[in-house]
Design a protein around this ligand. Structure first.
Ligand code: GLU
Length: 550
């Protein structure tokens, strides 16, 4: 067969050559070890934790080595395309400080290795497909879907591997004349790889995360161009990763099974393949069983979830890093003040098996991260979150920035700081009692305190409350009220002889706490009183008395 003639017959409109593109996209002028990475999301409008996990690896590899991180939009599948998806991808990742150096951006494409939308690279794919035909490594296939189904059925009946290969690759040996005739009749065709692999053999590949991986060569004549000359993922990513001079391909482990196809394509062109790094699936515990996070069942898979709830990027990245690199937590203990970007991230420290994502652990990490953050940054983030996601609440909150800062600061200093703050919407719930607009419910009084008694205690508290009191003076007054109404001032006494008392000083404090915050648990009420001031405190007491009096 004259393959050159066949390539002209199939791609008469393609004039560019492989060499043209090789020259157009030369080897990058970067340091020897610089990693060139890319994220290749499809614009489906759904960006998830797995994407962030992979993107964080791409980002660390590139930026830790003075390399380049690229955003390439893999939009060859029209059916999956969703308007606005690119903005969602870019903004969601930006929220987590993942910024691209090259490729698709909100103001157009940046960089000289583009286009960065696969839909604009059709001619490039066709040029390289034409080259494969010329080399005798690709051929047109006219097998219809129905015929493929037949083949599959036969294979299943005979317990054979399914697919288009060997004797089943019926169009492999069509003559030039047969092909020409079909083309003249406008018979639709796809372009298939002519595989040379022998699956009986084994090959070893180095995976950046998994180390040495043993697999078998590909022997499937897979489709590389679909009927409208649109490339499949297999073909497109190989051509793109080569021309964009990618050094590390970080992608999900679902691609591990088709890796032999990709290796064969690289080999066919005589190109060096990048280091493939297959990340583990994100898993969660569900009723004692580990399972993959699912789009349908687990809202926490979506990145939007974290933005809406107002998780701090610092917290999520910190937690992701604990999953990514096993020795990160140890490093963090020794380097409390350092930025996460000072940690030396290494692919080899990643695990190839299921990455367990635990929301409780995330919250714990978040508490630690927030307690060490500058309080002004915490407040700014919180206000911004409210402005973006809770407009009505923001209208109230915006006039109380100083109070909010003081409320968040209660108990934050000292040896054993309180770790009340986790994420913005939880932080809102935590301080919502402070705002009359949001304060509505009271928890129950302690069992041993009657409504009547509570009212007496509250009236006395309000009569004696002074904003000038220091913590000691304030507590002395509570003690006095307690003593007067036979509430034990010392817990010890109360515990010894509870029958002798109406309760303890803790009950008196609880009554006051309920009046001020509606809850039996809150940070220091002395501090809260200081922030609220005399008038608001007294109004709260009055309101609670009225409530109890009803
Ligand atoms: N477009 C592919 C996906 O959405 C990208 C895989 C890769 O990074 O190579 O999964």
């Amino acid at each position: 067969m004259d393959y050159k003639k066949l390539s002209e017959l199939l791609f008469p409109h393609i004039d560019n050559t492989v060499d043209f593109y090789e020259e157009k996209f030369p080897k990058r002028d970067v340091e020897d070890n610089a990693a060139i990475t890319r994220l290749g999301p499809s614009p489906t409008g759904f960006i998830h934790l797995g994407n962030l996990y992979g993107a964080f690896v791409d980002e660390r590899l590139a930026h830790q080595s003075n390399g380049v991180m690229i955003l390439r939009i893999e939009d060859t599948d029209d059916k999956r395309k969703v308007d606005g998806a690119e903005e969602i991808i870019i903004n969601s990742l930006k929220y987590f400080d993942i910024n691209f150096d090259e490729g698709v951006s909100l103001d157009g494409e940046k960089g000289s290795y583009g286009p960065y939308h696969q839909s604009n690279r059709k001619e490039i794919y066709e040029t390289f497909a034409k080259e494969l035909v010329k080399m005798g490594r690709a051929y047109p296939s006219f097998t219809t879907e129905e015929e493929l189904d037949e083949i599959r059925k036969k294979q299943i009946e005979n317990n054979l591997t399914t697919g288009y290969y060997g004797e089943f690759a019926v169009d492999r040996d069509l003559s030039f004349e047969e092909i020409e005739e079909k083309l003249n009749n406008n018979t639709p065709w796809t372009l298939r790889l002519k595989s040379m692999g022998n699956p009986e053999e084994t090959i070893e590949v180095f995976d950046g995360i998994r180390g040495s991986v043993t697999t078998h060569p590909n022997n499937m004549d897979i489709v590389i161009l679909k009927q409208n000359n649109i490339p499949t993922y297999h073909f497109a990513h190989v051509v793109d990763d080569h021309l964009m001079r990618i050094t590390h391909v970080v992608r999900g482990e679902e691609w591990l099974s088709t890796l032999p196809i990709h290796l064969e394509l690289f080999k066919a062109f005589n190109w060096e393949h990048p280091i493939y790094c297959h990340t583990a699936h994100m898993m969660k515990m569900d009723n004692g069983n580990k399972r993959k996070l699912s789009k349908r069942k687990d809202p926490e898979l979506s990145l939007e979830y974290y933005q809406k709830l107002g998780y701090f990027k610092e917290a999520l990245l910190e937690y992701l890093m604990t999953i990514l690199n096993s020795d990160f937590e140890e490093w963090r203990m020794k380097n409390k003040e350092k930025s996460i970007y000072e940690f030396n991230f290494e692919l080899s420290k990643m695990s190839g098996s299921g990455a367990l994502f635990d929301m409780n652990k995330l919250d714990d990490v978040s508490k630690d991260v927030l307690v060490n953050m500058d309080i002004d940054d915490v407040v700014d983030f919180f206000m911004n979150w409210a402005k973006n996601f809770e407009k009505e609440k923001y209208e109230v909150l915006k006039d109380y920035k100083d109070d909010i800062k003081r409320l968040f600061s209660i108990g934050r200093s000292g040896k054993k700081p309180r770790k009340d703050l986790i994420y913005a919407s939880q932080m809102f719930d935590f301080i919502s009692y402070y705002f009359d607009e949001f304060f509505d419910e009271y928890e129950d009084l302690p069992e041993n305190v009657s409504k009547e008694m509570a009212i007496v205690l509250l009236k006395e508290y309000s009569e004696t409350f002074s904003i000038e009191d220091d913590n000691g003076q304030w507590f002395d007054k509570i003690r006095e009220i307690s003593e007067k109404h036979n509430f034990a001032v010392k817990m010890k006494d109360y515990k010894k002889n509870p029958q002798d008392y109406n309760g303890s000083v803790a009950d008196v404090s609880t009554v006051i706490r309920l009046a001020i915050t509606g809850s039996i648990n809150s940070p220091d009420i002395y501090e809260i009183g200081q922030i609220m001031g005399l008038e608001k405190t007294n109004k709260r007491i009055e309101r609670y008395i009225n409530y109890l009096d009803k």
